[in-house]
Design a binder for this molecule. Structure first.
Ligand SMILES: Cc1cc2nc3c(=O)[nH]c(=O)nc-3n(C[C@H](O)[C@H](O)[C@H](O)COP(=O)(O)O)c2cc1C
Length: 170
C-alpha cells in the first residue's frame, strides 16, 4: 500500500478554494434554526437568527453558537451575562427572516416573557434554553460563545431546517 502524506494529496491542496465555494460546501450541512436573544446593558432587547448553534457537553450542560464580529449586536452579546436560545419550529421561517435583518425593531408586536436577568423569551418556539455565558473563544471573523444551560422549556414541535441557503421542513 502506498504511504500517503497530506503533502502527496495534490487533489485537495489547502486553501485552494474561494469563500463562495466554502460557503456553498458548508451549506450542505443541514442545521436547525434558532433565534438567540438577550438584553443590552441598558435593558434593550437584542436578538438574531443563528444556525451555528450546537451541543457541547451534557455534564456540565454546555451549548455553543458563533456570532459574526460585524453583527450590530456583537458588543452587546460579548457583554451579556445570559442569553436564550429558541429552537424554531417548522412554521417559523418568517421569524427567522425577521431576526436575520439588521436595523429594524425585531421585537415589534411580540409579547415576550421575561427570563433570567430579564432576557426576552419569545412567545413561540419548539425548545427554549436559557443560558449563562460561560466562555468566549476567538473564531476568526466570528467569536464562539459557550453557554451553560440553566433552564429548558421543551414543547416538542417539528423543526425548521436550513439547508443550502433555504428552509426545509419534515
Ligand atoms: C438561517 C440563518 C442562520 C444564521 N446564522 C448565523 C450565525 O450562526 N451567526 C451569525 O453571526 N449570524 C448568523 N446569521 C445572520 C444574522 O442573523 C444576521 O446577520 C443578523 O442581522 C444579525 O443581527 P444584527 O446585525 O441586528 O445584530 C444567520 C442568518 C440566517 C438567515
Amino acid at each position: 500500500m502506498m504511504n500517503m502524506t497530506p503533502a502527496d494529496n495534490k487533489t485537495s491542496p489547502l486553501f485552494d478554494f474561494s469563500s463562495k465555494q466554502l460557503r456553498e460546501s458548508l451549506g450542505a450541512f443541514a442545521t436547525g434554526v434558532t433565534v438567540v436573544t438577550s438584553t443590552t446593558e441598558n435593558g434593550e432587547k437584542i436578538g438574531m437568527t443563528v444556525n451555528s448553534f450546537n451541543s457541547v457537553s451534557l455534564e456540565p450542560p454546555l451549548v455553543l453558537w458563533s456570532i459574526g464580529r460585524d453583527a450590530n449586536c456583537f458588543d452587546a452579546f460579548m457583554a451579556a451575562k445570559s442569553f436564550a436560545v429558541h429552537i424554531l419550529n417548522k412554521t417559523q421561517s418568517g421569524i427567522s427572516n425577521k431576526f436575520a435583518q439588521t436595523g429594524i425593531d425585531k421585537f415589534e408586536g411580540m409579547a415576550c416573557a421575561s427570563g433570567l436577568n430579564d432576557i426576552p423569551i419569545l412567545p413561540d418556539f419548539s425548545v427554549c434554553l436559557q443560558c449563562t455565558t460561560k466562555h468566549l473563544y476567538d473564531g476568526g471573523d466570528h467569536v464562539i460563545i459557550v453557554g451553560e444551560v440553566k433552564s429548558i422549556e421543551n414543547r416538542n414541535q417539528e423543526p425548521l431546517i436550513f439547508y443550502k441557503g433555504d428552509y426545509l421542513t419534515i
